[in-house]
Design a protein around this ligand. Structure first.
Ligand code: PLP
Length: 351
């Protein structure tokens, strides 16, 4: 994959409804979700007084088979507070070279925590060679940072990590005295695609971060999940980093609504990603990676990526990328939108 331009906007707007495949973060709350938000009981969550936040935290901790959870303003905040709680100045975390919590979060662990990342090469399926992980764990020697933590990501680029790999990697880390953190921003996509329970995907990890604002369709919010004493310490970092929110049960209600109504339907997003990939396959100059979940990558030969994106945008179809284009399906995209996207790509490549 080439680099993905996250958050790259476009001012080009065609007449008619836009098929926005830039990310699954672009969803707008449904009418039913807004009703749930409006009806939410709230309190001051910095005083730990918000019953809806409590309900969400208990629910997500239970779903992931962990003791406790903390509602977070974003996935970035959740991963950052996890890093700050797992390690301290002079410590190190092992992480994939293309993992979100290394590459796409502004280096927060280093910037704010004095934590050194040790990036490790990734294979196309999102795994790192276990021998590379083992070799990166530093001996106790004053020359080295103290290796404290292994971070994995599931799904990564829409790929579900193989269950056996997760078991081996987390066992390796624990056997060498490291803690383990899972960036599970799209953990529910992995669960629906693989048929595994979320708690099974969380097994082997001390802490897990999940996003409600991606495919689950909530407007805001993530959760950090783990042991109760860890979550109590993470709560301090959440306050320090400005993530202590007040009557935030309004947002927790959206996340609870998403857990009730938007998990099983992720299968529709996965089916639409396959529909898109099938529609695009075999076109001249385009190489499509078959999707496992809701993200389709396609690389365009030559340097025609930007021209293709502009062509799509002029037809009301939004995607991201440079050489490797990225299309993400979500609950605001229907079959007709997918078919429009396919037609627009065909028109560009076949004309
Ligand atoms: C989106 C994402 C995050 C960060 O979430 P934000 O809410 O955008 O800060 C972290 N990890 C992964 C894998 C993501 O896809």
């Amino acid at each position: 994959m080439s680099s993905v331009a996250y958050g790259s906007g476009t001012n080009t707007r065609a007449a008619g409804p836009v098929v926005d495949l830039r990310s699954d973060t672009v969803t707008r709350p449904t009418a039913a979700m807004r009703a749930a938000m409006a009806a939410a009981e709230v309190g001051d969550d910095v005083f730990d007084d918000d019953p809806t936040v409590h309900a969400l935290q208990a629910r997500i901790a239970g779903l992931l088979g962990k003791e406790a959870a903390l509602f977070m303003p974003s996935g970035t905040a959740s991963n950052l507070c996890a890093l700050l709680t797992h390690g301290t100045r002079g410590d190190e975390y092992l992480v994939g070279q293309l993992a979100h919590c290394y590459r796409y979060e502004g280096g927060g662990g280093a910037v704010l925590g004095g934590l050194q990342p040790q990036p490790i090469a990734m294979r196309p399926d999102g795994t790192m060679d276990l021998a590379d992980i083992a070799a990166a764990i530093k001996p106790d020697d004053e020359h080295f940072a103290r290796t404290r933590l292994l971070c994995l990501e599931n799904t990564w680029n829409g790929n579900v990590l193989p269950a056996g790999y997760v078991a081996e990697a987390t066992a390796l880390a624990h056997g060498r005295g490291l803690a383990t953190h899972l960036d599970g921003a799209r953990l529910f996509n992995a669960a629906v695609a693989s048929g595994a329970a979320p708690a099974d995907l969380a097994r082997g990890f001390d802490t897990v971060s999940v996003c409600f604002s991606k495919g689950l369709g909530a407007p805001v919010g993530s959760a950090l999940v783990g042991p109760a004493d860890f979550i109590a310490r993470a709560r301090r970092w959440r306050k320090v980093t400005g993530g202590g929110m007040r009557q935030v049960g309004l947002l927790a209600a959206a996340a609870l609504h998403a857990l009730d109504h938007h998990v099983d339907r992720l299968a529709d997003d996965h089916a639409r990603a396959r529909r898109l990939a099938d529609g695009l396959s075999g076109l001249p100059g385009l190489t499509v990676t078959p999707p496992q979940t809701n993200i389709v990558f396609a690389s365009v030969s030559g340097d025609r990526g930007p021209a293709l994106l502009a062509h799509l945008a002029a037809r009301g179809v939004l995607a991201t990328g440079l050489i490797g284009l990225r299309f993400v399906t979500h609950l605001d995209v229907d079959d007709a939108g997918i078919d429009r996207a396919v037609a627009a790509v065909r028109e560009f490549l076949l004309s």
